[in-house]
Design a protein around this ligand. Structure first.
Ligand SMILES: *Cc1c(COP(=O)(O)O)cnc(C)c1O
Length: 394
C-alpha cells in the first residue's frame, strides 16, 4: 500500500469495505462478509436500514444546519422519543460517546457545585472500564493503556475494582460526586456487571448523595435485549449516555438525565456547534422509532438466546475456550491465549468479528440477525477455534 496521509492511530485490518446491506458487507474485490461486529455496536439495525435512510435523505433536501441558537423541531422530537422510552426527562445532544460522557461528568459536577453548593467533583469508575478518549474520559477509563504518554491527567477520577463494594465505600470522600459504570464492560473484555452489585451501588449512591451515571454507549439502543441495559434490572440511573447505535451509523451522542439534575445546566453552561444537527436528529428519531415500533430489543433478546445456546453447544468442548459471556447481542468468547490469529482467520473466511482485549473474541451482530446467519457464524467460529486447538497440540 502507498504511504498513508493519516495518523497511524489504528492497526487496520487488511480489508477495504465499500458496500453494506443488512448483515452483509462487500469489499473492493467483491468479496462478501457476514458482519458480526456492526462497526463496533453502531449499525444495530444492519447496514443502510431503509427507515433511517429515508429520514436522512428527506432531511438532506430540507435543511442541514442552522445552529443551536434556533429551536430545532427534529431535536425536540428525538429528545421526546428518548425520554418517553426511558427514565430520563431531558437530553443533551452531542456528536460522540466521549462527548456524551464529558457532558455527564460536567453535569454531575455542576449539580453538586451549583445546585447543592458543595465542592464535589470526583467521579468513581471501575477497573477495566472504557469511557472514551478525551482527556477527561480517558482518565475516567479504568485501563492504563489509553493513558500512556498523556500526562498530566485531569484531576477528579478514582478507580475501584468491579464488584468490590468495600473498595467503593473506601473510595468515597467529601469530594465524591458520582459513580459511573457500564453494565457490560465491553472494551474491557465483555464483562457483565452482577445485578446484585448494581443494586448495592444504586443504594450506596442514594445513601451518600452521589449520582449514578450509566454509560450505555455500547449497551444501549437495544443491544442487550432491552432498549437500555439498565432496564433489565430494577435500577434507574440519574444520568446515562448514548452514542454508537443511536444514529444507526450517523455520528451522534446524547447525555440524558432525570428531572432533579436538569436544572444544573442553564443557558451557556454547555454546548456543541454540531450537537443535535437536523440530519443527525432525523437519524436518531427514525432509529428510535424503528427500534421501538418493530420490537427490535425483543428480537435481539430472542436472537441472543439462540446465539448463546449455539455457541455453548458448539464451542464448550473446544480446548482453549474458557467462557462465553455477555448480554443480549454483546457477546464475548474468552480464550486461554491471544485471539488475533483466530480473528484474522475468521475475516479471511468471511466473518467479521472484533476483539475485546487480547483474549476475547467479541460478537456484535446487528439486532435483526437471523438464525441462519447465527448458524453460519457459529459454524465458522467453531471450525477456526477447533483447527487452532488442534494446531497447538502438535
Ligand atoms: C465506544 C465507547 C465510548 C466512546 O465513544 P466514542 O464515540 O468513540 O467517543 C465510551 N464508552 C463506551 C462504553 C464505549 O463503548
Amino acid at each position: 500500500m502507498s504511504e498513508s496521509a493519516m495518523f497511524p492511530t489504528y492497526a487496520r485490518y487488511p480489508i477495504t469495505l465499500v458496500k453494506g446491506k443488512g448483515s452483509r458487507l462487500w469489499d473492493d474485490q467483491g468479496k462478501q462478509y457476514l458482519d458480526f461486529m456492526s462497526g463496533l455496536a453502531v449499525t444495530n439495525l444492519g447496514h443502510v436500514p431503509e427507515t433511517v435512510k429515508q429520514a436522512i435523505v428527506k432531511q438532506l433536501d430540507e435543511l442541514w444546519h442552522m445552529s443551536n441558537l434556533f429551536s430545532n423541531p427534529n431535536q425536540e422530537k428525538a429528545a421526546k422519543l428518548l425520554t418517553d422510552n426511558s427514565c430520563a426527562d431531558a437530553v443533551f445532544f452531542c456528536n460522540s460517546g466521549a462527548e456524551a460522557n464529558e457532558a455527564a461528568i460536567k453535569l454531575a459536577r455542576r449539580y453538586h457545585q451549583k445546585v447543592r453548593g458543595e465542592n464535589r467533583f470526583e467521579i468513581i469508575t471501575f477497573t477495566q472500564s472504557f469511557h472514551g478518549r478525551t482527556l477527561a474520559t480517558l482518565t475516567a477509563t479504568g485501563q492504563d493503556k489509553v493513558k500512556e504518554g498523556f500526562l498530566p491527567l485531569p484531576e477528579g477520577f478514582v478507580h475501584v475494582p468491579l464488584h468490590d463494594l468495600d473498595a467503593l465505600r473506601a473510595a468515597v470522600t467529601e469530594r465524591t460526586a458520582a459513580v459511573m459504570l457500564e453494565l457490560v464492560q465491553a472494551e474491557g473484555g465483555v464483562i457483565p456487571v452482577d445485578p446484585a452489585f448494581l443494586k448495592e451501588v444504586r443504594a450506596f449512591c442514594d445513601q451518600n448523595g452521589l449520582l449514578l451515571i450509566i454509560d450505555e454507549i455500547q449497551t444501549g439502543m437495544g443491544r442487550t435485549g432491552k432498549l437500555f441495559s439498565f432496564q433489565h434490572y430494577d435500577v434507574e440511573p440519574d444520568i446515562f449516555t448514548l452514542a454508537k447505535g443511536l444514529g444507526s451509523g450517523f455520528p451522534v451522542g446524547a447525555m440524558l438525565a432525570k428531572q432533579p439534575f436538569v436544572a444544573a445546566f442553564s443557558a451557556g453552561s454547555h454546548g456543541s456547534t454540531f450537537g443535535g444537527t437536523p440530519i443527525a436528529m432525523a437519524a436518531v428519531a427514525a432509529t428510535v422509532e424503528t427500534i421501538v415500533n418493530d420490537n427490535v430489543p425483543a428480537k435481539a433478546a430472542e436472537a441472543s438466546e439462540y446465539l448463546f445456546a449455539e455457541l455453548r453447544r458448539s464451542l464448550t468442548d473446544i480446548p482453549g475456550v474458557l467462557d462465553i459471556r455477555g448480554k443480549g447481542l454483546l457477546v464475548g468468547i474468552l480464550c486461554d491465549a491471544p485471539t488475533a490469529d483466530a480473528i484474522a482467520e475468521l475475516h479471511k473466511r468471511g466473518l467479521l468479528v472484533v476483539s475485546a482485549g487480547p483474549d476475547v473474541i467479541r460478537l456484535l451482530p446487528n439486532l435483526l440477525v437471523t438464525r441462519e446467519e447465527i448458524d453460519e457464524a457459529v459454524a465458522l467460529i467453531a471450525a477456526v477455534l477447533t483447527e487452532r486447538a488442534a494446531a497447538k497440540q502438535i
